[in-house]
Design a protein. Structure first.
Length: 246
């Protein structure tokens, strides 16, 4: 996925016009929701003003903690790692689909082709190469890890996501660049097979999880700049996602 100037002819200058910028990433802190069995977020003081004359800490966390991007090698043995993503691929147009009302009635809700048809009827055909962001309203549960993950007595997690059929259609018929969501996973929590992640990352395209502030974005016209840690061989990375609004 890494590219150099030699691989592509010179492109016309691009620009981002915006009225304001929103941060779509969560603060990183101990105790925040993490996927079951993933490492917890930990901070440790390394130096202090009194002893060393400056203050600094070390921290540890999983590659898929907080707001993060998944890379293909997290689900495909020969897939690309996060350090192979080109810089250009991390600046992308985004559109927002709102299913918060459906989710209020069904916490396991999966976005459908009907949802997409209604959205495209109100706006435009989903733009080629863009990211589809799914606003579910789930971000309101972030401060309660059990509520956010939807841990249930049946042993499954319960939170909304994208339906497999609509993702397949968006990839094949709209040539979408990827997907993002304000929950812990792009597929609903009661789908333990990660079918949407596997499908999207096999292309490979972008997957963003644990986003926030999607309720403050317009349906169209948003540009995302996705900052990643270039972890050599990384299966993903905590991400700083900035949204430039028209």
């Amino acid at each position: 996925m890494e590219t150099t100037g030699k691989d592509h002819p010179e492109q016309p200058l691009k620009s981002i016009s915006y009225s304001r910028v929103l941060n779509l990433s969560r603060e990183i802190h101990p105790g925040m929701p993490t996927w079951p069995n993933d490492p917890q977020v930990e901070f440790e003081t390394v130096s202090e003003f009194d002893a060393q004359g400056y203050f600094t800490r070390r921290f540890s966390m999983g590659e898929h903690s907080g707001t993060h991007i998944n890379s293909p090698n997290s689900f495909h043995a020969n897939g690309a790692s996060i350090d192979q993503y080109s810089a250009e691929s991390l600046v992308v147009e985004a559109s927002v689909v709102d299913v918060a009302e459906q989710v209020r009635r069904n916490p396991d809700y999966a976005m459908t082709l009907d949802d997409l048809s209604r959205w495209e009827g109100e706006h435009v055909l989903m733009p080629t190469g863009s990211l589809v962001l799914l606003h579910t309203g789930w971000q309101a549960k972030w401060d309660d890890a059990d509520e956010y993950l939807g841990s249930g007595p049946d042993g499954n997690l319960h939170f909304p996501g994208f339906g497999f059929d609509v993702v397949q259609f968006l990839l094949n018929d709209r040539n979408i660049g990827g997907f993002g969501i304000d929950t812990s996973g792009v597929e609903p929590g009661n789908n333990p097979s990660f079918t949407v992640n596997r499908l999207v990352l096999d292309q490979p395209r972008i997957v963003l999880e644990n986003l926030c502030n999607l309720d403050r974005l317009p349906a169209t016209g948003v540009t995302l700049v996705i900052g990643v840690l270039r972890l050599r061989g990384g299966t993903g990375s905590p991400a700083s996602v900035l949204a430039f609004l028209p």
